[in-house]
Design a protein around this ligand. Structure first.
Ligand SMILES: [Zn+2]
Length: 325
């Protein structure tokens, strides 16, 4: 069985240590999607970060494999490597140019959502004024479908996410989002969004972030409770895990260059009292505790296996192209 973590964040710095990725691997994770940039990061920073991450991955072929197919993930598991893909959090790095999607794919990006909390020219953020998917956004959905990336709706405005899911011809995921019915927060998603995601054949990956789980010291049990809610609503085949652990390094400053207003991207009115510094993450060892925690909600061993990776493997099989990197 493959364990799939749909979202993790290293420092957005080319020299970021991959020790946290080793910790996730040691905790049983087989594939992790690593963020390489958000809407607040200029393309110059994202390119530098990807170059640095790729250099680190290439320097340790015994430990890592940058994948673009489900077969690559299986190969990595057999070889004892951690399978890695990149993800983008927002469409601003696409520079209003749908052809940029395939370019990022060629560099290792396997998953993208279109807005990071705030509106842009492509889509709406979840902490901004609702407008809907723009005409450019519709072309971007098509580009994502064509290039074979996972279309993600985390951080996206509610109505806009419904429009993205209606427009996509492939299954759509929420790589790190939790049910609003359990915790009232603008980043969490409605039953209508969860049902729409399931209708695409997609997966809602539950995050381990304190603010969205409703526990200042989040545990595997909290993650399991949110996963069980989604399973009860739409079926266990539509549930996954994206713990969204943010690994910081005190020595590395990864704030975007130039003027940067954290309160714009993480509005205090939405509960980010100390910007992103106020949130707490589940530790990598949560992965070791998850199977038992999921079973404690009433899931069978087989159901827990699907939630921890089987469902995302199914979706990736449908969405990603098969060529080796
Ligand atoms: Zn995120």
């Amino acid at each position: 069985m493959i364990r799939w973590d749909a979202h993790a964040c290293l420092p957005l710095h080319p020299q970021a240590s991959f020790a946290p990725i080793d910790q996730l691997h040691a905790a049983g994770v087989d594939y992790v999607s690593i963020n390489v940039g958000m809407d607040m990061n200029p393309v110059s920073q994202i390119m530098s970060v990807m170059a640095g991450y790729r250099a680190t991955l290439s320097a340790h072929p015994d430990r890592y494999r940058l994948v673009n197919s489900v077969a690559d993930i299986e190969r990595a598991r057999v070889a004892g490597q951690m399978a890695v893909g990149f993800d983008l959090e927002g469409a601003m790095p696409l520079l209003d140019q749908p052809d940029m999607v395939a370019l990022f794919a060629s560099l290792g990006v396997r998953q993208i959502h279109f807005a990071y909390n705030r509106n842009n020219r492509v889509a709406d953020g979840c902490h901004d004024v609702p407008r809907g998917l723009t005409a450019l956004g519709r072309r971007m959905v098509e580009a994502v479908n064509t290039a074979g990336l996972l279309m993600d709706c985390a951080h996206t405005g509610r109505q806009c996410s419904l429009e993205i899911m209606a427009a996509s011809t492939k299954p759509v995921i929420f790589s790190h989002a939790n049910p609003l019915a359990l915790v009232e927060h603008g980043r969490n998603i409605t039953d209508e969004q969860i049902r729409a995601c399931a209708a695409t054949g997609g997966v809602v990956c539950v995050s381990g972030v304190s603010l969205f789980l409703g526990n200042d010291a989040p545990t595997a049990q909290d993650v399991a409770r949110h996963a069980a809610y989604v399973a009860d609503l739409v079926g266990v085949q539509h549930v996954g895990i994206g713990l969204d652990i943010g690994f910081a390094e005190a020595a590395l400053d990864d704030t975007p260059p130039g003027e940067f207003d954290a309160t714009y991207w993480w509005p205090p009115s939405a509960g980010y009292t100390h910007a992103i510094a106020g949130v707490r993450y589940t530790p990598p060892r949560t992965w070791r505790e998850l199977e038992r925690a999921l079973q404690a909600t009433g899931m069978s061993v087989e159901d827990a296996t699907r939630v921890m990776g089987g469902n995302m493997m199914r979706v990736a099989q449908q969405v990603w192209p098969g060529q080796p990197v």
